[in-house]
Design a protein around this ligand. Sequence first.
Ligand SMILES: NC(=O)c1ccc[n+]([C@@H]2O[C@H](COP(=O)([O-])OP(=O)(O)OC[C@H]3O[C@@H](n4cnc5c(N)ncnc54)[C@H](OP(=O)(O)O)[C@@H]3O)[C@@H](O)[C@H]2O)c1
Length: 317
Amino acid sequence: MPKPHMCSAALLDKDLSGQTFVVTGANSGIGLVTATQLASQGATVVMGCRRTEEGEARAAEIREQHSSAKLEVYALDLGKLDSVRAFAKTVQDKHDALQGLINNAGVMNTPQQKTADGFEMQIGVNHLGHFLLTELLLPALKAGAPARVVIVSSCFHDKAMGREGKIDLGDLFFEKREYDGWEAYAQSKLANLLHAQSLAKRLEGSGVTAVSVHPGWVRTNLARHSMPVWVQNYILRPVFGIMGMIEPWQGAQSSLHAALADDVPEHSGAYYSQLGVYRDKSFNKGGWPMKSPNPAANDDATADALYEKSRTLVGLA
Ligand SMILES: NC(=O)c1ccc[n+]([C@@H]2O[C@H](COP(=O)([O-])OP(=O)(O)OC[C@H]3O[C@@H](n4cnc5c(N)ncnc54)[C@H](OP(=O)(O)O)[C@@H]3O)[C@@H](O)[C@H]2O)c1
């Protein structure tokens, strides 16, 4: 079994004083570790949380470990565009300049549901909510350049439990085809990867770098729609460990590398993968960065079309 990719000790010791990062879904799993690490290095971290009480409780725990941690917790429901706009306004009111936006929050394999704005839940939360947030925070990111947008995708953008990752621009919300939770997740995670590519193209010369990442198969609450989380964490944990499931600390490494490593701006638009499960096993060891084996992930025309469609859907066209 190959070992997970890990950031260097020097990278995780870099002084981030004076820098401000926004992390979505910062109250749980990979987002919580990412926020904790950035704050421990001196950054101000804005924690975007759907459940603010949970966010405040986690922020209090971070402050117990790192007494000087600079944390702000604001409400963010990516399934409600009004909430995204309100969150972005709060962030902009408090911060003229940002050095990082980590689009981390996500849901996986949900039952068929719609967001408040009528989007299929997984593409709505994982991609469209983050798409609007990114567009609204771009002025602050440009003002804070050099800055980064890190979009947490998944190796399941390639194939999720046998379902091929593809974007169906004619039926993004599964209104004409039968709904499948894994197919919808694969579509949303492919959208994440393509979003980073289009951003990189549009942001050339701005000092803002955009990349996507796969964090690995990580023991978090993400599995909640596929199995009870206690089954994953207790009953199946030894087996899953042998099969390659990693801990949140290891799972945050791709995001931290993408947010902090010096050479990432040379690879704007790229995909950074922890160990993963790909259709072609030779890709399973991942790479920082690596080219996705999914031909749909290397398709500029779809990336451009998705960008335009996303602008229209979130009311920016
Ligand atoms: N874990 C893995 O194996 C794995 C593999 C590949 C990719 N990923 C990606 O990693 C990212 C982080 O997931 P995780 O594994 O850390 O799972 P997690 O522990 O379930 O964390 C997900 C976070 O997203 C938040 N969230 C969900 N719906 C939201 C909404 N409508 N608005 C705002 N926030 C919302 C959750 O908030 P609540 O706590 O309120 O639910 C939580 O903070 C996701 O994008 C996921 O797709 C994970």
